[in-house]
Design a binder for this molecule. Structure first.
Ligand code: 3PG
Length: 398
């Protein structure tokens, strides 16, 4: 169900679930991408003379009020971007008085344990309290549609509901990755843990032409090939699964690119001594068995860039190295650059990868699409059922 299903909203108050879960440092927003992404829907509703009560989570405060996770700075940023006052209501979102101005922002939903409760009855009670804030509900937090939480799932059943413009836009792009993507199709995966990516690797192996592996998870791939990885991140228990992927990729004729060189450091620190070594000889660096791999090497980055440039559809999730430390950001930078050169569709999948490209100075419009959902876009590509979409009438293709 889309916004058009509502008819005339003039004079009504609409509850809008956004994903304003932005990165903060010392109370300041370091990437306001998710706030910006929520603007089209809010502007559309305000232009239709509706008023809005915006709800969101921020971080994982474990069901308790915690000033570190207050939405106050986000409400202020939202007001600046909308160029109108956004009234922030501190305190419990369930007990807050209904808003009176055009834009009201409630406090972090996850300060109430019922938001993420496993008990459907508790979630329903919280959704009913939130429903007091409006007469219609717009779900627009794409980044949380994979979560069965009160403000995502139950609230959509309590009030007349529809998907907002952000969700509609995300789906229109991501469906191009799942429904007959233009070939060659490459998927680049990074980030720290292979265990977070098992579902997506499993699902994508038969569908892609190449799969490129970087980030902390690459060391489990190297270990699966029989190489020593020093003190690099390693998920020992995943080695058999990864060996199975290597075998299946071979059988399916999928090009599975595992790094051939890596940047190894003496310690996990921005100014640590470091060297580039062949991926099958990590412990030959001057740091011996104490070396920690923190980035893909230049040969690997060049090979990845070539594979990306040769593709017509590319999806990327997860940094290639510890991009927050400039000495270990080159691999991520090279991959980001290659994505900007794709003739076809390039998609950056949410969370850390979106923050990475912006931190490294790439403008959003250099990519085909930057998804606001990290986990959500991965689960979408896995073909999983997403509760926050199904409740709005959307059905995954078999
Ligand atoms: C995200 O950052 O991926 C979304 O905001 C969801 O957050 P969560 O993983 O804490 O549910």
């Amino acid at each position: 169900r889309t916004l058009d299903s509502f008819g005339d909203l003039a004079g009504t108050r609409v509850v809008v679930r956004c994903d304003l879960n932005v990165p903060l440092k010392d109370g300041a927003i370091t990437d306001d991408g998710r706030v910006r992404a929520s603007l089209p829907t809010l502007t559309r509703l305000l232009d239709a003379s509706a008023s809005v009560t915006v709800i969101s989570h921020l971080g994982r405060p474990d069901g308790e009020p915690n000033p570190k996770y207050s939405l106050a700075p986000v409400a202020q940023r939202l007001g600046e971007l909308l160029d109108r006052e956004a009234t922030f209501v501190p305190g419990s979102p369930a007990d807050a008085a209904p808003g009176t101005g055009a834009v009201t922002v409630l406090e972090n939903l996850r300060f109430d344990p019922r938001e993420t409760s496993k008990d459907a009855g508790e979630r329903r009670a919280f959704a009913e309290a939130l429903a007091q804030h409006g007469s219609a509900f717009v779900s627009d937090g794409f980044g949380v549609v994979h979560r069965k939480q009160a403000s995502v799932f139950e609230l959509a059943q309590v009030l007349p509901s529809a998907a907002g413009l952000l969700i509609a836009n995300e789906l229109s792009v991501l469906e191009r990755l799942t429904e007959r993507p233009e070939k060659p199709y490459a998927v680049v995966l990074g980030g720290s843990k292979v265990s977070d990516k098992l579902g997506v690797i499993d699902h994508l192996l038969p569908r892609v032409d190449s799969l490129l592996i970087g980030g902390g998870m690459l060391f489990t791939f190297l270990a699966a090939q029989g190489h020593a990885v020093g003190k690099s991140l390693l998920e020992q228990d995943q080695i058999p699964t990864v060996q199975e992927y290597l075998r299946r990729a071979d059988e399916l004729g999928v090009t599975l690119l595992v790094p051939t060189d890596v940047v190894v450091a003496a310690a996990f620190a921005p100014d640590a001594d470091h060297e580039t070594v062949p991926a099958d000889a990590i412990e030959s660096s001057s740091f011996g068995a104490d070396g920690i791999g923190l980035d893909i090497g230049p040969d690997t980055a060049a090979a990845f860039a070539t594979a990306i440039a040769a593709s017509r559809t590319v999806f990327w999730n997860g940094p290639m190295g510890v991009f927050e430390f400039p000495a270990f950001a080159d691999g991520t930078k090279r991959v980001a650059q290659a994505l900007t050169e794709v003739e076809g569709l390039s998609v950056v999948g949410g969370g850390d990868s979106a923050a990475a490209v912006r931190t490294l100075g790439f403008a959003d419009d250099r990519f085909g699409h930057i998804s606001t959902g990290g986990g959500a876009s991965l689960e979408f590509l896995e073909g999983k059922r997403l509760p926050g979409l199904e409740v709005l009438g959307w059905e995954a293709d078999a």
